[in-house]
Design a protein around this ligand. Sequence first.
Ligand code: PEP
Ligand code: MN
Length: 336
Amino acid sequence: MLIVMQPNTTEQNIEKVVNFIKSKGFEAHISKGSDHTVIGAVGRKVIDKRDIELLDGVREVIRISSPYKLVSRVFKQEDTIIDVKGVKFGGGHIGMIAGPCTVESYEQMDETAKRLCECGVKVLRGGAFKPRTSPYAFQGLGEEGLKILREVADKYDMRVTSEVMEVSQIPLFEKYVDILQVGARNMQNFNLLRSLGEIRKPILLKRGLSATIEEWLMSAEYIMSGGNREIILCERGIRTFEKMTRNTLDISAIPVVQKISHLPILVDPSHATGLRNIVPSMSKAAIAAGADGLIIEVHYSPETAVCDGAQSLYPDQFAELFEELKALAKIIKKSF
Ligand code: PEP
Ligand code: MN
């Protein structure tokens, strides 16, 4: 952190700042210019920069090191590759996750998974505990949903991901699921993040509806600081003033995150757009922009889907898109 003092401030003020940052566990490095004094505070402790800004004679406090450590490229330079029972995300491997928004029945999952398996999809999605805006909307089948998901996935030799909503559900997810999804609405459920840091299964961490990239990476830091290093980030659109799409897909988050973090980043074009006719173009844009994978909602019969039918692709539509995406991946020297 750099502390820029007011021009011609007194020696006493400089000393007070130096003593303050030392008392907080930092080393102080003073640099005197012709009229400005700059104090460099070096250390790994957490400090509220406003406490320094309020000291007499301080003009500005500039943070130079990032608040996230373990998730950053400074800590680990090479890309992290998450290997989910042989299916890889990151470091040139693009992963595809597909399936319905929610598990409705064995038949619905079986019909959908069969089609996805034929296309070469290896990871099946399906919510069993749904974070619905309305308490009156379908909340998911609960454990029964997880059982169906696992059973169908095993039948087609697929891995599964599903959303975990609270700490008490973790043991259930450890039993049935290969990747635990943290939904946008829970990105800052810090108790949940801490508990997920203690398990040893990959976590798919979605970006919060209004979260900055820094806040999102700090949430990943919560998980990683607990010891779980297997984190896949997922950009799923953010809330903006635009209403033509459900959310606004922040494509630039892909290169921004990849520059500062070693973690793989996926894109969810379904929740980002809310409309199936836009999903193919956004999927291609995401892969072209360097995403390490996609999570796409597909339903064998979107018209009868219990939720998110409008943003769910038809199996044929998905099959065509997946072929195009494989071709696109080749051009950028990556592979699904
Ligand atoms: C989901 O993937 O089913 C979901 C609810 O997504 P999000 O948390 O991104 O809204
Ligand atoms: Mn959905």
